[in-house]
Design a protein around this ligand. Sequence first.
Ligand code: FES
Length: 706
Amino acid sequence: MTEDRIRRHPILPITEKHSFAFYWRSEECLALEGETIAASLFANGVRIFGHHVKDGAPQGIFCANGQCAQCMVLVDGFPVKSCMELIRPGARVEPAEGLFPLPGAAGPASAPLPFREIEEIRVPVLIIGGGPAGLSAAIELGKLGIRTLLIDDKHRLGGKLVLQTHRFFGSMAAVYAGTRGIDIATILEREVRSLDPVEVWTQTPALAVFSDGKVGVLKEGRTYVLVSPEVLLTASGAREKNLAFPGNTLPGVYGAGAFQTLVNRDLVRAARRLFIVGGGNVGLIAGYHGLQAGISVAGLVEAMPECGGYKVHKDKLARFGVPIHTSHTIVSANGQEAVESVTIARIDDRFRIVPGTERSYACDTVLVAVGLDPVNEFHEKAMAFGLTAFVAGDAEEIAEASAAIFSGKIRGLEIARALGRNVGEISPEWYETAEILKSKPGGVITEQQPGVEEGVFPVLHCVQEIPCDPCTAVCPARLIEIDSSDIRKLPVFLSAREGKGCSGCEKCVAVCPGLAITLVDYRKDSEFPTVTIPYEFLEETIHPGDRAAVQDTEGNLLGNVEVQAVRAIKANDRTALIKVRAPAAYAKSIAGIRIQPAAESEPMEQYIERTTDDTIVCRCERVAAGAIRKLIREGARDVNQIKALTRASMGPCGAKTCTPLIRRLFREEGVPDNEVVEQSKRPLFLEVPLRVFAGLVAKEDDHAAK
Ligand code: FES
């Protein structure tokens, strides 16, 4: 079998791990300790995890976050979600083919089954979710000596922070701006674990919030425990939105977060060439992460005339050589058993495809990055049952992780107050900062370049208001300023302060999270100044003496220039600085170096038309849009009715994946939201064998009893 692991990465440390054998079908494969089954399968080149019982459609990973059920496999005969379960030595993993046999009972029917009492515990605070918001709240509570139980369904704390190789935006003073997400996760986890009042249970999903105020959790994936908290904080993050298009369930179509999980957390090469749908921050950053991992990015489509994510993220991708197709949509993902290409087309101002503009691009992966929905079911239930409940981070409102860190901090103090602790007034400035960190990117101005062509100075290719300030904090002469009342304002370079000018220390170039600052130095040669450019790719991809294709902010090619030096010093924390010698005519316009050759993103000669119009809306039950649309046209307004007649939303994901798509079909048919009756929510938020609630004692490695 091929081995698809990432062995070198410009940012992520690759540590030696103990390896062992497991079996996929009867074939022996190699796994690394501590990785999920899905990661082991991907690392061994397996992309198809089974076939659907209804129509034999191939199934593969979709969310990699425990939210859907597409990655189901059989391990030693028992069905498990491969993205959530860790691989074990010698495990026999089989594809989940059609209607696989149900696992047998844990013991002979005649023998008495070993049951135990369900443990019940009381805690002042239960936090669901160990991501940026949950960890920050736990730190505040722990520092105040308040006993807190923090649970997370993953085997690692940090939530989405552990996927982020880039430096964070936001405020340096408030939320670690300028530090990489992966490092923020380590800082927060270390602090939480150092606080005695905080107890942490990983691999512990919350299953349900009950009307008696108890929360059912599956401790370490095996023991059912009822937790009675005085206060519940839901910080369970977000799930990715789905999109309906022909071919949307082919293995190889998955959420951008799933891709980041496989690449940045599990260090597997999840794709050879990918195409991204959606120009928000998640899609743009996933493209950057792909390039860093040595994966080609054939392009990105965004239906709106402009990308919704930060312009600095979009500019980075464009400069590296990734075409951004705005006012375009995905027409289909194409292939028989897995993705082989994608077809896109231009759309008009009413989002209709413009005939004749279809193009196909070869790729093996399509990333769906069309937004996030809050995972807020626990909070909704808690409120409905009258618990003292708070919500923070993406579960409250979708925003950047920096905003989640800050909202967690605030909720921590609010909870302390709710428990009667005297924490004083929470400063109104904190609430203001929280709002600023949540703000959407502002308008774009035309880039202003310094008028001078002498000495040395930074060029700030930052032309959109976003909350971000690290460049101001690192300048030793304080020559970069942002309006102190609002870090969303654009940074301004002052040529001198108190008689001191720029010394060319390069700190601002290295720290900018958007890689949007260069330094132009005319001191040695005014006709061919030296330009210092930030670079976060493997060092061996660029050497002194190479010719580098340099581009402006928007990704337009300026010329090919000589690389003079590559500086990778510890103080710059894995951001290398590349010095090029460039003609004065465009030195100040240089914003970056092209990474990807144009051939990686050229369209195929002919576009591929996918014949099926049966776009799947409910992927668990394989229900197509046509069947649901027909019922809506016949007058159905109650989703429960649609559910009963088609089985849409009755699958193992608990309708988490298809509910937004069904809502969209109603809207497309002109039915206003207030006329639609929502389906009843399931009391449990996760699939779990009923024996868990009965307290059947699990033996070591006994999946049946789990
Ligand atoms: S997609 Fe899972 S129930 Fe519809």
